[in-house]
Design a protein around this ligand. Structure first.
Ligand SMILES: NC(=O)c1ccc[n+]([C@@H]2O[C@H](COP(=O)([O-])OP(=O)(O)OC[C@H]3O[C@@H](n4cnc5c(N)ncnc54)[C@H](OP(=O)(O)O)[C@@H]3O)[C@@H](O)[C@H]2O)c1
Length: 338
């Protein structure tokens, strides 16, 4: 598609409903602002009410005009809670979006991970998991830590997409399909240091949604899927989680990442990598000469020396912290129409 065609496709979102999951900060916040600036009506979902209120205020400031252009709805909900998701899609959203349905659903929320899986070459990783779970070494289990990450980064994506299917299919027609957008990572295509469970969940998203795309094709459903593979994006979460360890690599701005995602999705593109020059060559090299790709990735991340983490200095988050179970939760989604 030409640049003019992409601009027209993005402009075509004006007055249409778009749901952004993980909208309170980072790339999700940038997505809401870019969509509002295009005149789209946005449902912004996350757990933090104050941060969502701040995004909504900024979105109203950049929006082109009064409703029906750029209505902003904020929903405070834990997206890993399927009851909340089901209620949102079946009860809360239908009266808001009406018969036009949801033109675009962007699955973007994330629980981060930046730790080697093994604490060291001596088996002490089991003790480290035990410390994270508050368990003795005989009571420690690997799966709660994995499940907590997958609950947010994989299970909830499938649950939200499935519960939202009716609203999405209501928006699409033969001339113009609705679009489901999955925000993934270079780690959804290749392995990277310090992200094994995160990379596993992102890979799983590709397996699920690229298979789902077959079903949509074969049934002629008016719904497309965009997989967005991102590289190093300058969000506060990235800087904090990685403790500056990738600060020597080039960062792209969340606003540029959001613009690339929206342009790809609005124009029905199935797969987008951003920044392309940073990650697409590495994905191709990994397919062709994987050993060389690993060497380049490890050196780019840590320099020429090998990196062995100290078992005593690196703590794992507890499964509860990964799930956000340590923060106050709303009983049900609280929808605020502004
Ligand atoms: N930043 C990068 O370098 C980078 C690179 C590759 C891929 N990506 C992908 O880009 C996406 C966004 O990343 P980001 O850096 O912008 O992340 P971020 O700044 O940490 O934002 C994550 C968002 O998800 C929300 N969230 C987390 N758990 C939630 C839950 N259980 N229910 C509802 N909302 C939840 C957070 O809000 P609350 O805390 O208020 O709920 C926040 O709005 C992710 O899918 C990530 O994997 C990012």
């Amino acid at each position: 598609m030409t640049m003019g065609g992409i601009r027209a496709a993005v402009a075509g979102l004006a007055g249409q409903w778009v749901v952004v999951c993980g909208a309170s900060k980072g790339i999700g916040r940038a997505l809401v602002l870019a969509l509002a600036a295009s005149g789209a009506n946005v449902v912004a979902v996350a757990r933090s009410a104050p941060a969502l209120a701040d995004v909504a205020a900024e979105a109203r400031r950049v929006a082109p005009g009064p409703p029906p252009l750029a209505s902003i709805v904020t929903v405070v909900a834990d997206l890993a809670d399927e009851d909340a998701v089901a209620r949102l899609m079946a009860v809360e959203l239908p009266p808001i979006v009406g018969p036009a349905g949801v033109r675009m659903l962007i699955l973007n929320h994330v629980a981060g991970w930046w730790q080697h899986w093994l604490a060291g070459p001596d088996g002490s990783h089991v003790a480290r998991l035990a410390a994270a779970q508050g368990a003795g070494v005989d009571g420690v289990r690997v799966t709660p830590t994995l499940r907590a990450l997958f609950a947010v980064n994989f299970d909830s994506y499938v649950a939200i997409a499935t519960h939202a299917m009716g609203l999405l299919l209501a928006a699409g027609d033969a001339g113009s399909r609705a679009q489901l957008v999955v925000v993934s990572s270079v780690a959804g295509k290749i392995g990277l240091p310090k992200v094994p469970p995160y990379a596993a969940a992102k890979h799983a998203l590709h397996g699920f949604f690229e298979s789902l795309r077959h079903e949509l094709d074969m049934t002629g459903a008016p719904l497309g899927i965009t997989m967005a593979m991102l590289g190093n994006i300058d969000t506060a979460a990235n800087r904090t989680n990685t403790a500056g360890e990738v600060a020597h690599l080039p960062y792209a701005s969340p606003h540029d990442a959001a613009a690339a995602i929206i342009a790809a999705a609005a124009s029905g593109t199935e797969s987008v990598t951003f920044p392309w020059a940073q990650i697409q060559p590495v994905i191709w090299l990994d397919m062709l000469i994987p050993r060389l790709a690993r060497t380049i990735i490890q050196r780019a991340t840590y320099g020429p020396g090998s990196f062995v983490p100290s078992p005593t200095s690196i703590a794992l988050p507890s499964p509860d912290v990964m799930l956000g179970a340590d923060r106050p939760k709303p009983d049900h989604p609280q929808t605020v129409l502004t």
